[in-house]
Design a protein. Structure first.
Length: 556
C-alpha cells in the first residue's frame, strides 16, 4: 500500500488508478510519464538487433547492383502488413522488387520450395521473408544452391539449428541483445526499414506512415502491447485516425465504422477482413488492399476482401457446429484435458478460428483442429491462459513433419499414420504439465471499486491507459452489494441489460450490458444484492456520452 500511496501523491491520481499502474510495473513519476505519454524517441536503435548491419549492407549491395528483390510474407495479417510495409518502402527507395504470398492450400505456411523456385525462375537475387523463415532451413539451403540470398525477419521461436541466411532478424535468438523481444513480424520489418532509413539519413518522419500497418499487426497477432509495441501501437492508431491509408478508408467504409478506431476495431473489424483473403482465396488480395494508392483501387480490393470475410464466417459457423457435435457424441473426449479433432473435409482456412471458438464457448482446454491438405494432416492449435502450448507440441515433435508458433497458438503438419499416436501423446504431455486450475477460465480483477468512484474524470484518466491488449488489458473492476430495482431484460440475441446501483448508496446508478449472458436472467431478483465484475465503456447516443458497465460475470 505504501507504493500506491507514494505513486498517487507523485502523479496526483486516486488510489485505484495508482494501484492499476503498479500492477503494470509503473511505480514512479518518470515511468508513469512514459506510460501516459509514449514517445517515438523511446524506440530502440534498430542496429542493436543481431544481424541488422549485415541486412542493411545487403540492401545497399542490391541497390548498387540493381538486383531484383522478392518480398515474401505469410498470408495472415502480420505477414501481409509486413509485406505491404517492406514492398512500399523498397519501391519508394527505387529498388526493383515484387512481393510473394504463398498459397495456403498448395504451399502451406511459411517459405516454400515453390516460392524459392519462383524467385530463381524470375531472376531474383535476394528474398526478404517476413513473419516466416526462422524454420526454413531446407528452403534457404535450396535458395543458396540457386544463387539466391535470404534475409529473414521473423518473430517466431527459433530452433537450435537456424537457417544459413545472410541475416536473421529475430530478437528471440538467444544471442540477440535487442532489448525488446515481443515485436510482431511486421514490427521487425519496421525496425529493418528504420535501420535502412538511418543509413541513408532519411528522416524518421518519412517512415512514420508505416506505423498504421505495424499497429494492425500488433493487435491482430495478439502480441503484448507493452514496451516498444505500446509506442508503435499508440502512434499507429493515431495515424489511422488522422491520416488513414486508402485501404483502411475502404475497410472503414465497408464496415460502416464512423468513429475513432481502437485496438478492438483492429482485432474484430480490420483483422478478420485482411485474414479472410488468405483463408478463403489468396493473401495477395490483402496486400493489394493495403498498398492501394487511390480510394477507387482500395474499394475494389476491399469489396473482394469483404465478400471473402462473409464466406469465411459461414464456413466457420458450419465447422464449429460440426466440431461441437463430435465432442458431444464422444464420451471419451469429454473427460480429456485436450481436444483434438480431425475431419479431412474441413476448410483449412478457418480451423484456427474454430479451435478458438471451441475454447471460448464450450470446452476450455488446449485444442487442435485438423484437416487434410497436400497428402498430410495439418491443423491449428490454440491454448488456454497461462499454458505453453508450443512447448507441449515440441514434446511430440518426433511424430510431426512440421510445426511452429507461439505459446498460445501453433500450427502442425503430420502423416495420417501418426495421428492416433500424436493425439495420445499430446493428451499425455498436457495432462502431466498443466495444473488442474488452468482448465477453468478465470477473470482477473484489477480492483474492487464502489460505483461512487466512477466519474467522468476517472474515466478520462482510464482512457489514457489505452491502447489495451496483452500485458495491458482493459481494467476489470468488481463491485459488491449491487442491486437492481427493475427486472433485467434480454436484448438482441441473448444479451442481458439491467440498471444497477449499490444498496448502501443508491444515488449512483449505471446501465449495464452482459453480452451472451442471458443465462443469468433468472438469478437476478430486484432488490436482492449480488456482485459483479465489469469494465467501463463510453457510449454515445444521439451526441450524449455516458458510461456503461460491460459485465464480465455476476455472482448472485
Amino acid at each position: 500500500m505504501d507504493k500506491v500511496k507514494h505513486l498517487s501523491e507523485a502523479i496526483k491520481v486516486n488510489d485505484i488508478i495508482a494501484n492499476l499502474l503498479i500492477q503494470r510495473g509503473i511505480e514512479d513519476y518518470n515511468q508513469a510519464k512514459e506510460f501516459f505519454r509514449p514517445s517515438l524517441d523511446s524506440l530502440h536503435n534498430p542496429v542493436l538487433m543481431k544481424d541488422m548491419e549485415k541486412a542493411v549492407k545487403r540492401i545497399i549491395d542490391a541497390t548498387q547492383k540493381r538486383e531484383k528483390i522478392l518480398v515474401y510474407g505469410d498470408y495472415d495479417v502480420d505477414g501481409t502488413t509486413a509485406v505491404a510495409l517492406m514492398f512500399t518502402f523498397l519501391r519508394w527507395l527505387g529498388l526493383r522488387c515484387e512481393y510473394y504470398i504463398p498459397d495456403r492450400y498448395i504451399e502451406g505456411y511459411g517459405v516454400s520450395f515453390k516460392g524459392v523456385d519462383y524467385a530463381a525462375d524470375n531472376g531474383f537475387g535476394l528474398i526478404i521473408s517476413l513473419d516466416c523463415g526462422i524454420k526454413a532451413t531446407d528452403k534457404v539451403e535450396h535458395a543458396k544452391k540457386k544463387g539466391i540470398d535470404f534475409i529473414i525477419c521473423d518473430h517466431h521461436e527459433p530452433d537450435e539449428q537456424i537457417p544459413d541466411a545472410i541475416a536473421i532478424l529475430n530478437p528471440k535468438q538467444k544471442d540477440c541483445n535487442y532489448p525488446y523481444k515481443e515485436l510482431s513480424g511486421c514490427g521487425i520489418g519496421f525496425k529493418f526499414v528504420q535501420a535502412i532509413a538511418q543509413k541513408y539519413e532519411i528522416p524518421f518522419s518519412t517512415i512514420e506512415q508505416y506505423l498504421d500497418l505495424v499497429a494492425l499487426s500488433i493487435a491482430a497477432d495478439i502480441v503484448p502491447i507493452t514496451g516498444e509495441n505500446r509506442i508503435l501501437a499508440y502512434y499507429g492508431l493515431k495515424r489511422i485516425n488522422s491520416f488513414p491509408r486508402e485501404g483502411f478508408k475502404a475497410i472503414m467504409e465497408l464496415a460502416q465504422l464512423k468513429r475513432e478506431v481502437n485496438v478492438s476495431d483492429l482485432v474484430f473489424v480490420f483483422g478478420p477482413r485482411i485474414n479472410s483473403a488468405g483463408r478463403i482465396e489468396t493473401g495477395k488480395n490483402a496486400v493489394e488492399l493495403l498498398i492501394a494508392d487511390t480510394f477507387q483501387k482500395a474499394m475494389l480490393s476491399g469489396e473482394s476482401v469483404n465478400k471473402t470475410n462473409v464466406e469465411r464466417r459461414d464456413v466457420d459457423a458450419t465447422i464449429t457446429q460440426e466440431a461441437l457435435e463430435m465432442v458431444i457424441k464422444d464420451e471419451k473426449l469429454k473427460n480429456k484435458k485436450t481436444t483434438v479433432l480431425y475431419n479431412p473435409e474441413w476448410h483449412k482456412g478457418v480451423i484456427g478460428i474454430v479451435a478458438s471458438r471451441l475454447i471460448e464457448k464450450h470446452f476450455y482446454r488446449p485444442t487442435i483442429i485438423l484437416t487434410r491438405s497436400n497428402g498430410h494432416v495439418t491443423g491449428s492449435a490454440r491454448s488456454v491462459k497461462n499454458y505453453n502450448l508450443y512447448q507441449a507440441i515440441s514434446s511430440c515433435s518426433h511424430l510431426l513433419e512440421q510445426f511452429g508458433g507461439h505459446k498460445y497458438a501453433a500450427g502442425v503438419t503430420l502423416k495420417e499414420d501418426n495421428l492416433p499416436a500424436f493425439i495420445d501423446l499430446f493428451e499425455e504431455v498436457v495432462s502431466k504439465t498443466m495444473p488442474e486450475n488452468l482448465l477453468h477460465p478465470e477473470i482477473d480483477i484489477d480492483s474492487s471499486m464502489p460505483f461512487s468512484a466512477i466519474t467522468a474524470k476517472f474515466n478520462q484518466v482510464l482512457k489514457q491507459f489505452a491502447p489495451f491488449g496483452p500485458g495491458n488489458m482493459t481494467p476489470v473492476f468488481m463491485t459488491e452489494n449491487v442491486i437492481t430495482r427493475k427486472p433485467p431484460q434480454i436484448v438482441g440475441s441473448g444479451h442481458l441489460r439491467l440498471s444497477v446501483a449499490q444498496a448502501d448508496n443508491p444515488n449512483f446508478t449505471f446501465s449495464a450490458i452482459g453480452y451472451d449472458m442471458y443465462e443469468y436472467l433468472k438469478e437476478i431478483v430486484p432488490d436482492r444484492p449480488f456482485k459483479i465484475c465489469y469494465s467501463l465503456r463510453e457510449t454515445n447516443w444521439n451526441g450524449t456520452k455516458s458510461l456503461e458497465l460491460n459485465l464480465k460475470d455476476i455472482q448472485a
